[in-house]
Design a protein around this ligand. Sequence first.
Ligand code: B12
Length: 211
Amino acid sequence: MADNLQKIASKLYDGEDQEVAELVQGALDQGMAPGEILQGGLMAGMDAVGRDFKAGDLFVPEVLIAARAMHAGMHILRPLLADSDMVGAGKCVIGTVKGDLHDIGKNLVKMMLDGAGFETIDLGTDVGPEAFIEAVREHQPQLMGMSALLTTTRGQMKATIEALEEAGLKESVKIMIGGAPVTDVFAREIGADAYAPDAASAVDIARGLVA
Ligand code: B12
């Protein structure tokens, strides 16, 4: 059984989406629990991807391919996990702020969070404060992530946090920010709870924030 999980993790790391799907189905057919396959197979593989990406041993294209394999496995497991009412790592609303159309990094963060068992609600790009507020009201996530790649749009992060405060929602959600023009210092200045420099760190930080 443990052998099956190791195979799933290793094929996921290699980005073999079809093989991952077949192995996941095979493990289910043998009677393995969906949660076990998720934790010991898919998440273990994605954790290794995150670790090696952070260490500079893997690059963006490899992470994207591994994330695709994760999706192939999750496609099979998700309905079963919902049935068994398995509790995920947490819920996160994420988007690129108003005026900004860059989404490659944000998508990577979303994929890594998905891979770590978070339920992520992706609001897309050019997301204004009102849309963030609406999403927080509707989905009641533990986490909210904002991305900005332009120096001119990072001010939108502050505007969004202020708007959340005015709406009385700031205390209900932890805020994590990222993108090339933002830093840890900037995060503290605008009242965000955390900054992450890359997608793998985002997962570690997200886990810490919801713990
Ligand atoms: C690709 C790109 C584009 C594409 C975007 C396509 C897309 N779908 O995203 C296009 C061509 C559309 C584009 C347009 C523009 N761009 Co552009 N673009 C880039 C480029 C080359 C790469 C960005 C990227 O995807 N990096 C790869 C990802 C993986 O890295 P990342 O985004 O940093 O994300 C990681 C971390 O930052 C972090 N992270 C990111 N988001 C989040 C969120 C959270 C919550 C967390 C925790 C972490 C996190 O984790 C990610 C993964 O590890 C950069 C230059 C560069 N080398 O960075 C310029 C760059 C960002 N663009 C720039 C500019 C100026 C523009 C334009 C204004 C150009 C123009 N004159 O039209 C327009 C603006 C359009 C708009 N309104 O947004 C400048 C910004 C300068 C500045 N400081 O403001 C840059 C730096 C280029 C430059 N050197 O001048 N761009």
